[in-house]
Design a protein around this ligand. Structure first.
Ligand SMILES: *Cc1c(COP(=O)(O)O)cnc(C)c1O
Length: 416
């Protein structure tokens, strides 16, 4: 007979606190002190942002890297550098952070949402292809939760339709797709240094590319479209079109340098934890661990699995509650709804009192955003359970997570 679960008065699995640790230390302080001693915190004069982009580019074995003030900014810069402009369509994922979408709207381009794979939670290449029109300019791929999207077919589609591919790697540092690092496969890869990501500089963003044209356009786009010339101080302000100021400052760059050194072990540890959990729970009835494509590697920014209620004998909500009672904090779903169900899309109002960029004579078409647009994505959000993963978790912490999921699953499967 299955053990009684804590939710119904049984003994709780996890009674000790989860492992924690300091993310910042002497390395960051040393870099910060050096940054201040430069007597300038401007990236063009100092060495910290330059060093950070140089090291990141080396780590990813890419010819070019550009810094930005956030992940959202890096994505906007990538879109701008790829020439995305008024009336263009950008195909992207309905399960993502608004940071993926904001740059599209600021370019007065229109986000078009493709449905996702039911277990990798990433865009389904078939659905991408169905949504391509004569207006499509780019595919903005999100590698959600740290797990790679299915890049081979996506790149094949992009090539056939002459589309740019931008990879949103804000959750997927050092994740790999068939031996290639996520972010190096499309035209541009974008990363976030916000405080929740695998590494943090408070806020910040990075962009990598192998295309010299995109690199030069991105350098300008992140800096008001100014063209800074090699001799310090001179500057070409004769800009061709608007671009924001998304510059990274030297303090951010300094912290980024120190954080980057920790990235390999952080991602290796998260990968090991995630893979261990998946291996341990994959045969439980109605429990579907996140799908990682063959030959690929996730770096588990968070861990999200699905509950098939019919097979598991329990609803996702009840499972979540039972897991919490066992001492494993978790949330139901990820974002509350698909992005296209947010007010901004329901009302098709990118700007206050205006229906731009959705209803624009230049578009020559109309758009519809409503529930049902991406049924699999909606299903994923309704039936999944998510918990954070930390590189500081001990093996015993991971044991407890596995034990709790196994125990709750056994209890409901038996009482089915
Ligand atoms: C965090 C995140 C962003 C935005 O990054 P910020 O640095 O917060 O602007 C974009 N896309 C995804 C998928 C993210 O998780």
């Amino acid at each position: 007979m299955a053990q009684n679960i804590a939710l119904y008065g049984g003994e709780k699995v996890k009674t000790t606190p989860f492992g924690t640790g300091m993310r910042f230390g002497q390395e960051e302080l040393t870099e910060l002190k050096e940054a201040l001693e430069q007597n300038s915190l401007f990236y063009w004069y100092g060495n910290k942002v330059k060093t950070l982009t140089e090291r990141f580019r080396e780590m990813y074995q890419m010819p070019y890297c550009v810094a930005a003030s956030s992940g959202t900014a890096a994505i906007h810069v990538a879109l701008g550098a790829c020439g995305v402009t008024v009336g263009d369509e950008v195909i992207t994922s309905p399960i993502t952070d608004m940071g993926t979408i904001i740059g599209i709207l600021f370019q007065n381009a229109v986000p078009v949402f493709a449905d996702v794979d039911p277990n990798s939670y990433n865009m389904d290449p078939k659905s991408i292809e169905e949504r391509i029109t004569s207006r499509t300019k780019a595919i903005l791929v999100v590698h959600l939760t740290g797990g790679p999207a299915d890049m081979d077919p996506i790149m094949e589609i992009a090539k056939r339709h002459n589309l740019k591919v931008i990879e949103d790697c804000a959750q997927s540092y050092l994740a790999t797709y068939k031996g290639k690092l996520c972010g190096t496969i499309g035209d541009v890869g974008c990363f976030s240094l916000n405080d929740y990501k695998q590494i943090s500089a408070g806020d910040g963003g990075l962009l990598i590319t192998k295309d010299a044209g995109i690199y030069h356009a991105a350098l300008r786009f992140a800096d008001k479209n100014y063209q800074r010339l090699a001799d310090q101080g001179s500057l070409n302000r004769d800009i061709p079109f608007i671009a924001p100021n998304y510059r990274m400052n030297e303090l951010t760059g300094a912290v980024g340098i120190a954080q980057l050194k920790k990235l390999p072990w952080i991602c290796a540890r998260r990968n090991a934890i995630g893979e261990r959990i998946s291996a341990a729970i994959k045969d439980l009835p109605g429990i579907e661990p996140p799908k990682v494509y063959d030959g690929c590697k996730s770096t588990y920014w968070f861990y999200m699995f699905r509950i098939n209620e019919g097979l598991a004998g329990v609803s996702p909500a009840k499972f979540s509650e039972a897991l919490k009672a066992e001492g494993i904090p978790n949330m139901l779903g990820y974002i509350p709804n698909c992005v296209y169900e947010y007010e901004i899309f329901r009302n098709q109002s990118g700007y206050p009192g205006s229906h731009c960029p959705f209803q624009c004579p230049k578009n020559g078409t109309t758009y519809e955003y409503k529930t049902g647009l991406c049924p699999t994505a909606e299903d994923v959000l309704r039936t999944s359970i998510r918990f954070g993963i930390s590189e500081f978790y001990t093996d015993e912490d991971v044991d407890a997570i596995i034990e709790a999921i196994t125990k709750v699953s056994a209890f409901f499967a038996e009482s089915k």
